[in-house]
Design a protein around this ligand. Sequence first.
Ligand SMILES: NC(=O)C[C@H](N)C(=O)O
Length: 330
Amino acid sequence: DAKSKVVILATGGTIAGAGATAANSATYQAAKVPVDKLIAGVPELADVADVRGEQVFQIASESFTNEQLMTLGKRISALVKQDDVDGIVVTHGTDTLEETAFFLNLVVHSAKPIVVVGAMRPGTALSADGMLNLYDAVAVAAAKDSRGKGVLVTMNDEIQSGRDVTKAINIRTEAFKSPWGALGMVVEGKGYWFRAPVKRHTTNSEFDIDKIEKLAPVEIAYGYGNMSDMAYRAFGKDVKAIIHAGTGNGSVAKHIVPVLQELRGKGVQVIRSARVTGGGFVLRNAEQPDDKYDWVVSHDLNPQKARILAAVALTRTQDSKELQRIFWEY
Ligand SMILES: NC(=O)C[C@H](N)C(=O)O
């Protein structure tokens, strides 16, 4: 029977990186190799799908902007409406891969598989991981059983939920972790599934990239001992929401409460998240009186994912209760 048609949208990153010698696994330039060369480097892709490439950007992912998220999302939304496209792979730098994957998970209305993939070593390195990661991504994007599971990430043989996954390690190929575990494994071009996400995503989302023109401005401030209110005051005037990357349970130092209340009074949403890396879980009114202060909690979303959801949600509502509902449901 006919092979699935998969479009590879390349955005740069280390998966398109090149180093001076094969020994350079950490010293290299990201975003160098064009998509056609990435595809030509893995002839086995043709065994699992009919692939074609599009170069959307050629950047390191730490430089991704909201405008680029929008451009990528709108392109994917147009492609998945085409009958001659069965699945999408996005090659991406790993630094902000989790943000793009979650963004697409929220705003693209399609059950067709969308898989975001990167690499920890440039393609020129000994034991480069990008080629296998790309092969796994194309295999998952081509498979019917990947449909309807939200945006996926394939790294290090694992299939991860784009909502849950985070870059937890920055020097090993085993870099991507989810506090709730992987969804499955890819072995020799076949996906093996063990669980599926239950949070709202893609076809079941109230957000639609085709109806969004501009994301809301949201900034993140980091919590630590002896912190001052300087960052909050600096952000204050230009943002719709501040993600507080709080210590522990998303806690807030008592001398930071007044500036947050002042900003809330001016209409800025205050969203408490946790800076812990192994899986934050922030509940309302536990350590902080969120009802009294009219704050929102990010639940299990880390600060950078909370920024994405807030930037999308605030295109639809400015109401803190609605925003909290959205943080529970997505
Ligand atoms: N491994 C990587 O892809 C890191 C790189 N800085 C990027 O995000 O583009």
